[in-house]
Design a binder for this molecule. Sequence first.
Ligand code: ATP
Ligand code: MG
Length: 393
Amino acid sequence: MNSNSLYLLRYDEIGLKGGNRKFFENALVRHVRKVLDGCGQVQVNKIRGRILVEGELENFDKIEEQLQKVPGLSSFSRAERIDKNMDAWKDAVLALFRKLWDGKELVRFRITSKRSDKNYPLKSSDINAELGAHLVVNSPEGLLKVDLHQPEINIHLEVNQSGSMIFVSQKRGLGGLPVGTAGDVLCLLSGGIDSPVAAFQMMRRGCKVHYIFFENRVFLGRAAYDKVEKLAQKLSHYQFDVKLHIVPFSNIQVAIRDYCSERNRVVLYRRFMYRIAERIANKKRYLGLVNGESLGQVASQTLENIHAVNTVVNSCVYRPLICMDKIDITNIAKRIDTYETSIEDAPDCCSVFMPKRPATRAQIEKLEDDESKIDVEALENEAIDNMEVLIIE
Ligand code: ATP
Ligand code: MG
């Protein structure tokens, strides 16, 4: 524990301009507070263009792991707070350099200062020159060489309204935008690899992502239900306070099996999923649907089938993975820690009554003809009436 230590958090300026700026910053501060809950007595405060995390910082690894999960943070640095005057900076820069020097005979270095407190009389370039000269004069002759482009040691000094702080490295954050600032959407979440990644991509762009899962426990048991709940919990590292809607799907699947053409089954399942998801989204004023479709990945994801499904709704349907390869999707799933859960064995409802040769180019008239043989609205109403809603904190 070191009471002079703090974290300096940065966010990209995109989207943070003008009157909305406070709204974005407040959302970010709220999220940082939330993820650091349980990391000791920390205070999270906003200063101009930065967020500071200070207090009794006990577990740096844990804090950094948590900060890396906050959409909207572009990078952060662990820094030391020092007095706001040239003598203190000189001492701190020299002490830090000596700590970092690994005994090499020649070290290329630079000082990078940033002065957002314009009341301080010296300009950044003057501060850099004075601190650099101080380092050189107090080091063995010939050891140091200024290199602005590829320094081996780059000591940063920030002088802002809250004081001054020194650091050497920065870690990348998730980037993107603070969660919730774009609005709420509803993601069709299955237990597979793709849809959790699609949900995450939308969170990273500022959406609060609620979920809808269609389940068939009558034929498949509870394994998929538990898996989807676990995935939603895992994703709650990146957002908080969302809803998971669980819709019973077995009666719909049985009706499709009994009355509709076998080859169209999966596309018909999907049309039901979309229609029901849209009804829920409209009722709750969510601003669009999200799914994990990726072009050509499986038979239900040809251009023809995606179109045949999409035509049943008016909502915007966001497909963040549509042009991504499975390997890249899988890599993200591993990074966001959903992969291991996604590959657990628990069949999705779409596998129930799977036709031997599913249609890859379903025709809309034929699908409509199939649907005319069942009471679509009554089946949907029944499913919605029996929907369960879990809060994912
Ligand atoms: P995933 O890995 O996300 O399950 P997938 O490659 O298995 O995707 P499909 O089974 O064709 O692909 O599903 C395509 C998309 O349809 C999924 O990404 C998801 O958004 C949605 N979906 C499929 N099954 C369900 C379900 N049971 N509940 C909710 N959404 C579903
Ligand atoms: Mg699936």
